[in-house]
Design a protein around this ligand. Structure first.
Ligand code: FMN
Length: 202
């Protein structure tokens, strides 16, 4: 059986991006394994615009009634959702920028979180419609926040993934990358080891 993995990167720091480096390590490890297929989507190389009213509106019009512009706008989200659905595992390589996720990654979530398509509201609350998938978060930060309320990213990411039905989430932290004193190298080494373990279990 083939496990298809979608790796999403969003570092703005080009070849110095630590989350990208971890994603590349994941990809390299995955490619040594039989039965693991990897797709890489770099949200900085291929940037999505902010979600705006025209695009949001295009989702609310039935396909056959859409104008040419609306069809083009809706296709952006349709394609990203189809790509997500076509994979079993989604790996999010996530830099921390100003206590948030990169806006490029938020723009991706804004396209894949679509009422009536990837989740719907029920009497018992929202129901995720992206089934049978798991996620891995590779979190790179200058400081150290895991397990504290200053980890402003993990709850946000888990809330968004959970909303669309992805509730099984593993997180690998590479923290203290800006703190000096050998913390960076040790954190990256530990993160790479954790990734090796995760790839083994995929
Ligand atoms: C614009 C910017 C904002 C940052 N904000 C934070 C922050 O709020 N907290 C933190 O711990 N590190 C912060 N950092 C450090 C990054 O988290 C660190 O460089 C990490 O390696 C970023 O991931 P990347 O290397 O994959 O881009 C910031 C870095 C940049 C460039």
């Amino acid at each position: 059986m083939t496990t298809r993995t979608l790796v999403i990167t969003a570092s703005i720091l080009a070849e110095n991006g630590q989350s990208r480096g971890l994603a590349e390590h994941f990809i390299a490890q995955a490619r040594t394994r039989d039965g693991l297929e990897v797709t890489h989507r770099d949200l900085v190389a291929e940037e999505l615009p902010h979600l705006g009213l025209a695009e949001l509106g295009s989702w609310q019009v039935a396909d056959e009634e859409r104008t040419a512009d609306q069809r083009e706008l809706a296709a952006r989200s349709d394609a990203l959702i189809a790509e997500l659905r076509a994979h079993d595992v989604v790996v999010l390589a996530v830099p921390m920028y100003n206590f948030g996720i990169p806006s490029q990654l938020k723009a991706w979530f804004d396209r894949v979180m679509r009422a009536g398509v990837t989740f719907r509201y029920t009497e018992n609350g929202p129901l995720g419609l992206v089934e049978g998938k798991r996620a891995v978060i590779l979190a790179a930060r200058g400081g150290q926040y895991a397990g504290t309320e200053m980890d402003t990213q993990t709850p946000h990411l888990k809330a968004m993934l959970g909303m669309i039905g992805i509730k099984e989430v593993d997180t690998v932290f590479a923290e203290g990358l800006a703190m000096g004193g050998g913390k960076r190298d040790a954190a990256l080494k530990e993160a790479r080891q954790a990734i090796d373990g995760l790839v083994e279990r995929l």
